[in-house]
Design a protein around this ligand. Structure first.
Ligand SMILES: [Mg+2]
Ligand SMILES: [Zn+2]
Length: 436
């Protein structure tokens, strides 16, 4: 894949209350325009051709192009819209200028991440890859629901109805497309339309295969001044650094009270100060990822959708305390057959049920991790063994069954907050590009 298409039509309308009318892609963060930063990041993942889709303020962007500080090897072309077409219409309008596969990027996004996994996502069978992240403003984000293999099964557009708990898997405005999917859009839509709220749901409904790619760095929409200041603040240094340490959290007994096999939101009871502890861990510069065995799926006690809504409920509770987890990796399997109601395809000896390493290996693939400074926090011997297998430090929390720790050398922390307080802050490197 060589081509990236950047939608620069944004007028900065959400910024006008502060008196700023510059096209969003020319706003500067840390002295560099968003556009220059995007091009630099795109080039790192092998992109050599940029197509800028320009809207009504095109002269300002066109006139600045010769002065932009970008690599001379990058070929930049423009396409000017005759009228406002929306993020979907602009793409269909550019159909004749598209490569067989390409990246599509909204022009108002501050980027500092490795896009190679997104570039690689459109392969056999997959027509659209969507870059997602756990959002620090999930109520105000378009969210997606995914299946066990990260395949997209639905879209939840903002605003989100009360009592529905979609996961905090937010679209970021970066996509990998096969041209064939834009051809499909061109058949259905003939005028202005929005890609996120109209185009993508249409494609999914038409059977188009899509999957998510989890963001591994910093991707921020700069729609408000608040968000601009947050990328210029301390957060940009830690979020943008490629390899970071991570705190892996077991779920039952670490995050929530282990009430048997929890199959509904009503049975999910957070342990004290868990959101606050997770927020503290993140302020110290660590990623937070949940790794959990949920054999109740294999037993037929609950299904994937039930589990996802429990996790969406958990993530909404986190969001209220300005906390989040980067991902939740689940083993749905169980090795022993012969229970009434069981789901045979999950009754297997798998590679992901802790103490095996599969869930951690997925996390390491999605998020570059400084393993030596990372920890697993768990309440069972299987958590400790899993940590040992992949080289993580281990922190024990008290298990309801004291026999679990008879032979353990660790003195358990009282709870997750005690662990969070004890954690030494990670010192991130500031040179963000040396890692890829
Ligand atoms: Mg547990
Ligand atoms: Zn498994």
């Amino acid at each position: 894949m060589k081509q990236a298409v950047i939608a620069c039509g944004g007028l900065g309308t959400r910024l006008t209350e502060k008196g700023i009318m510059t096209p969003k892609c020319l706003l500067e963060v840390n002295g560099v325009t968003i556009l220059e930063r995007q091009i630099e990041v795109l080039q790192h993942s092998g992109i050599t051709k940029i197509l800028l889709l320009l809207g009504s303020q095109s002269h300002e962007i066109s006139s600045r192009l010769p002065n932009l500080s970008v690599d001379a090897q990058i070929e930049i072309e423009t396409l000017v819209e005759s009228r406002k077409m929306g993020t979907g219409g602009a793409l269909v309008n550019a159909l004749h200028r598209l490569d067989e596969s390409f990246l599509y990027v909204y022009g108002d996004i501050y980027l500092d991440c490795n896009l190679t996994p997104l570039v690689n996502s459109v392969s056999t069978g997959i027509e659209v890859g969507i870059l997602t992240r756990a959002s620090d403003h999930m109520q105000d984000s378009n969210l997606v629901s995914v299946g066990m293999d990260d395949e997209i099964c639905g879209f939840h557009l903002k605003p989100h109805p009360v009592g529905l708990y979609p996961r905090n898997i937010a679209m970021t405005g970066l996509y990998a497309f096969k041209k064939s999917s834009v051809t499909r859009l061109s058949v259905e839509f003939h005028s202005t339309f929005d890609l996120d709220s109209e185009g993508l749901p249409h494609l999914l409904g038409a059977g188009c295969k899509m999957e998510i790619v989890r963001n591994n760095g910093l991707v921020k929409d700069i729609g408000t001044m608040d968000r601009i200041s947050s990328v210029t603040g301390e957060e940009s240094i830690t979020q943008g650094t490629m390899a970071r340490p991570c705190i892996f959290l077991d779920r039952d007994g670490v995050i929530n009270r282990p009430n048997g096999h929890i199959s509904s939101i009503e049975e999910f009871e957070l342990l004290p100060e868990v959101p606050e502890a997770i927020a503290l861990i993140r302020r110290k510069g660590f990623r937070t990822i949940v790794v959990t065995n949920q054999p109740g799926i294999a037993r037929g006690d609950f299904n994937w959708q039930n589990l996802e809504s429990i996790h969406g409920f958990f993530e909404e509770k986190l969001a209220k305390k300005r906390a989040l987890v980067d991902a939740i990796y689940v083993c749905p399997h169980h090795p022993e057959r012969g229970f009434p109601g069981e789901v045979p395809k999950f009754k297997i000896v798998c590679e992901c049920r802790k103490p095996k390493s599969g869930l951690f290996l997925r996390a390491f693939r999605d998020f570059p991790t400084v393993i030596s400074q990372s920890w697993m926090v768990g309440d069972q011997i299987s958590d400790r063994e899993a940590a040992k297998h992949v080289g993580l430090n281990f922190a024990a929390l008290p298990n309801l069954d004291p026999l679990h720790w008879t032979n353990s050398q660790e003195k358990p922390f009282e709870n997750l907050m005690e662990f969070a307080k004890s954690l030494a802050p990670f010192e991130p490197k500031v040179e963000l590009y040396d890692h890829y």
